[in-house]
Design a protein around this ligand. Structure first.
Ligand SMILES: Cc1cc2nc3c(=O)[nH]c(=O)nc-3n(C[C@H](O)[C@H](O)[C@H](O)COP(=O)(O)OP(=O)(O)OC[C@H]3O[C@@H](n4cnc5c(N)ncnc54)[C@H](O)[C@@H]3O)c2cc1C
Length: 437
């Protein structure tokens, strides 16, 4: 059996990164195929958005849908100290005179389905329950992917450009051995969901709370629709799993260590099983090879303490959509053509990464930093809201007086290789969706 279709780009993964890239490319008039291995809606962790998510969402036409949604409005992030005291919430509107200052806590099943439906609406061909299994290579460049359907059928999909947006499934990283773990951010997360747990009053009811566990880690407390909260602990694996693998025992042991978390959970009823994620922060050794470019968690995953993952996925999706469109227009999908894309993305990731390192440094305190350098308060806020495309040198010079600030990771650039060009006349001949079995 043989089906035939023509695509400019094949995208592996229909999460926020893949669907945003698909929408941007479709807006550019590109013919896009998205392969998503799950049937949507599907569960996903990563529920708290940053204000700057607004801008990619606006670009792909979803702000009004977000405003009309039942997702709790998030105006602030707040920190709860080791002894259970809540800080003054960090209201985004105090720094940002724009409606983007109010963001959302999302049910990822619904949010991701909305994004993927939007890609369809804009013209992308989206196929769910199709899992990409490997990349097709010819003459030193990636020319598409192999995939399987639920009935075991095998597909070959060819296109001049392939985007890997497979999230932590990280197809290219796994196939190529490109995973580079972050040397320090080696944490694990353990979480579950409660209904009826306490919410803070008024506009604070949708805040993200980050609550410290003495010396060891932190809890997130994220209010979701239908009176549900997502509550998880992030800490070193050796600390959390010391002496037991019993997830419930570990979780409730940690809950007792922060009185704010304990009190807020008291009226709640646990409604889901415990979930755990290991293999924490990493970055791919390369962001691109000829014909292939990586985005979102498929490229890099950063500790979620500042809720940056979905923002980086949306932002990366937008950047990669533009970069691939330009590469196709120039008829050159060589790895090095994605150098500017990688530089921009790595720069934004590095700014957030420095702040994450500071967070885990016991000698660092945000309060002390802004007391000593009140003029840097705006820069700190810019990091926390996702306004990462700016010069933070002064901020991190000041942070370095309290905490060790890491240098940038050396990897994440395009794989240097000989140029890979294609003639536009190749496109109609070579791009096809062929069912081989
Ligand atoms: C514990 C934890 C807490 C987090 N909290 C937050 C938070 O509060 N806020 C935040 O912004 N971020 C958070 N994140 C990060 C966030 O979940 C991710 O950064 C975000 O989902 C990345 O989007 P993505 O599109 O790159 O990947 P994903 O959302 O994972 O999407 C990838 C898609 O690709 C599909 N796929 C995978 N392999 C294949 C294949 N071979 N073929 C076809 N399809 C495939 C998957 O089914 C999936 O739908 C958290 C992460 C963790 C682990």
């Amino acid at each position: 059996m043989k089906a035939r279709d023509d695509f400019d780009v094949v995208i592996v993964g229909g999460g926020p990164a893949g669907s945003t890239a698909a929408s941007v490319l479709a807006q550019h008039g590109r013919r896009v195929l998205v392969l998503e291995k799950e049937e949507f809606p599907r569960y996903h962790i990563g529920e708290s958005l940053l204000p700057f998510c607004y801008f990619p969402l606006q670009r792909i036409g979803l702000v009004e849908r977000m405003k009309a949604s039942h997702f709790p409005k998030k105006y602030a992030v707040q920190f709860v100290s080791r002894d259970g005291k809540r800080s003054t919430p960090f209201y985004f509107f105090r720094h940002m005179d724009h409606e983007a200052a109010q963001t959302w806590q999302v049910l990822r099943s619904e949010f991701d389905a909305m994004l993927l439906d939007n890609s369809r609406r804009l013209g992308a061909d989206v196929r769910t329950s199709v899992e990409a299994t490997d990349f097709l290579r010819e003459d030193g460049r990636v020319v598409g992917v192999t995939a399987v359907t639920p009935d075991g059928g095998k597909l070959e999909v060819r296109a001049p450009a392939t985007i890997d947006a497979s999230g932590r499934g990280a197809l290219a990283v796994k196939r190529n051995g490109w995973r580079k773990s972050d040397p320090y951010l080696n944490k694990v997360a353990l979480w579950t969901y409660f209904r009826g747990a306490m919410r803070d009053p008024g506009m604070d009811e949708g805040n993200t709370t980050v609550a410290y566990v003495p010396e060891k880690g932190w809890f997130w407390y994220i209010p979701l629709p239908d009176d549900v909260v997502s509550v998880g602990i992030v800490a070193e694996r050796d600390y959390l799993f010391n002496g037991t693998n019993d997830l419930a025992a570990i979780y409730w042991r940690e809950v007792k260590k922060n009185v704010w978390i304990e009190d807020h959970l008291k009226p709640g009823k646990q409604i889901e099983e415990f979930r755990v994620t290991k293999e924490y922060s990493y970055r791919s050794e390369y962001c691109a090879e000829n014909g292939l470019v990586l985005v979102g968690d498929a490229f890099a995953f950063l500790d979620p303490v500042f809720s940056s993952g979905v923002y980086l996925a949306l932002r990366g999706g937008e950047l990669v959509g533009d970069a691939v469109h330009q590469a196709l227009a120039e008829g050159d999908v060589s790895a090095e053509g994605f150098a500017a894309y990688s530089q921009r993305l790595c720069y934004e990731i590095e700014s957030m990464r420095k702040l994450v390192y500071a967070f885990y440094d016991h000698s660092f305190s945000f309060g002390r930093l802004v007391r000593e350098y009140p003029d840097l308060c705006g820069d700190v806020t810019d990091c926390l809201i996702g306004n990462l495309n700016k010069d933070f040198q002064r901020l991190f010079d000041a942070v370095a007086q309290q905490a060790a600030v890491p240098g940038p990771l050396p990897h994440g650039r395009p794989l240097a290789a000989k140029r890979s060009t294609f003639r536009s006349s190749d496109v109609a001949d070579t791009i096809q969706l062929t069912r081989t079995q």
